[in-house]
Design a protein. Structure first.
Length: 420
């Protein structure tokens, strides 16, 4: 309520005028007041409209470190709004923040790294940031990942992660030595710093040219370890996402040999696994299951419990992504021989999942169910059970007479042929 009173009383304009004083004490205290006030969107907009941006940017380069620190803190708070980020950039904030990031003061490092991280959510801002000083920002952020101050480490990782939203930056960060410092953080970090480092690695792993450097620097055992850490679901998600990105290349066997398949399967079997983690883990398994050795391994782990869990999630999960990913893995596994007892035990669940997917309005769900069904009908026991499911037969006929794609109709026709 005090902040609201200050805002409505017109005090912000008076504070902005005080920013122009030559007295360091006044500058320091005024920047501190503005930092404190710039915590609500309304206040941020009022501060920006009152002309605070230019003097704050000037004071961010002050010879007095206290002034510099408070000005950087105020700028950070203002960067939480996209409209103000645009104004900051138009008034020359980018080269100033990149320059001030070189400060040896941990607080200033933190404020500047966090502000740059916020600004790096915008593609144009990322391009401008990297262009300043010929990649200076990347070099400095990579250096700050090794800072003795955890919150500086964390913000440097987050800023690099946002910069790594672009393909060129993904390559540059690796070429400038980013993997080495990230690996140290992933090996020794916990909590937020571990999450930030893994999230950055995930973005770097998107680029095909980075796959070999990541694998050759021995990240895979650490990814397997992190993905199984149930006390950090965000790090789990990003570790699984990184494994998925690497599996999309030609590295599935290497990933499996480093324990990635077993680690993902363990997480999938854990009853308390959060849905967002299930989604990432099941997506990674769906890609890994493209390799026959992975298919066999998923059938072997805990005597088929992974296969049963996949069937359960495909048929009963309330999350459509988890359902779809698990169905994709089941479809891959159906290409190899499934032990008769295991298939018989899971036939009711398979029929339930196929029923739900065939009636789904989303064509991709229908397609994957038909593709899987086509493989499963090669098994006489499953085929016998399927032949009693008249509702499913009706769904197949409905697909043939619907306005769906020709590819789906052909699959439905193939399934009907296999029934006879």
């Amino acid at each position: 309520s005090n902040k609201t009173t200050i805002l409505t009383s017109g005090a912000i304009r008076a504070l902005v005028r005080l920013l122009e004083t030559k007295n360091f004490e006044v500058q320091c205290n005024t920047c501190g007041c503005i930092t404190t006030l710039a915590t609500s969107d309304n206040n941020k907009l009022t501060i920006a409209k009152s002309g605070a941006i230019k003097p704050l940017l000037r004071l961010a380069k002050s010879a007095d470190i206290r002034v510099q620190r408070n000005a950087a803190g105020a700028i950070l708070n203002l960067t939480h709004l996209q409209s103000i980020r645009n104004e900051l950039v138009s008034k020359g904030a980018m080269p100033i923040l990149v320059d001030v990031l070189q400060s040896r003061d941990p607080d200033i490092q933190y404020y500047c790294a966090a502000a740059l991280s916020n600004m790096a959510v915008n593609e144009k801002h990322r391009a401008m940031m990297v262009a300043v000083g010929y990649y200076d920002v990347m070099v400095q952020l990579i250096s700050l990942v090794s800072s003795p101050v955890v919150r500086v480490q964390c913000q440097a990782c987050l800023a690099l992660r946002n910069l790594a939203s672009d393909a060129d930056n993904q390559l540059l960060i690796v070429r400038l030595g980013g993997l080495g410092v990230l690996h140290k953080m992933i090996k020794s970090g916990t909590g937020d710093i571990l999450t930030a480092a893994i999230a950055c690695l995930r973005n770097l792993s998107i680029h095909k040219a980075n796959e070999i450097p990541i694998i050759s620097q021995d990240f895979l055992p650490d990814l397997s370890r992190v993905v199984a850490q149930m006390d950090n679901s965000e790090a789990q998600r990003h570790a699984a996402g990184t494994i998925r990105n690497l599996a999309a290349g030609d590295h599935i066997r290497v990933l499996a040999s480093c324990g990635c398949v077993d680690a993902l399967a363990e997480v999938l079997l854990t009853p308390i696994t959060p849905v967002p983690v299930q989604s990432e883990v099941s997506a990674a398994l769906a890609v890994l299951a493209d390799e026959d050795d992975t298919k066999q391994r998923l059938l072997e782990i805990q005597d088929g419990k992974v296969f049963s869990k996949l069937v359960s999630l495909a048929s009963l999960s309330r999350n459509s992504e988890v359902q779809y990913n698990c169905a994709g893995t089941i479809g891959q596994i159906a290409l190899v021989d499934i032990e008769e007892d295991l298939l018989d035990k899971n036939t009711p669940g398979l029929l339930l999942y196929i029923d739900k997917f065939l009636g789904n309005p989303e064509p991709s769900f229908v397609h994957i169910a038909l593709w899987t069904l086509q493989q499963l009908l090669n098994n006489p026991s499953f085929k016998e059970s399927f032949m009693t499911e008249t509702r499913l037969h009706k769904l197949l006929e409905d697909i043939l007479s619907s306005n769906t794609s020709q590819a789906i109709k052909e699959l439905a026709g193939n399934v009907i042929q296999k029934m006879h």
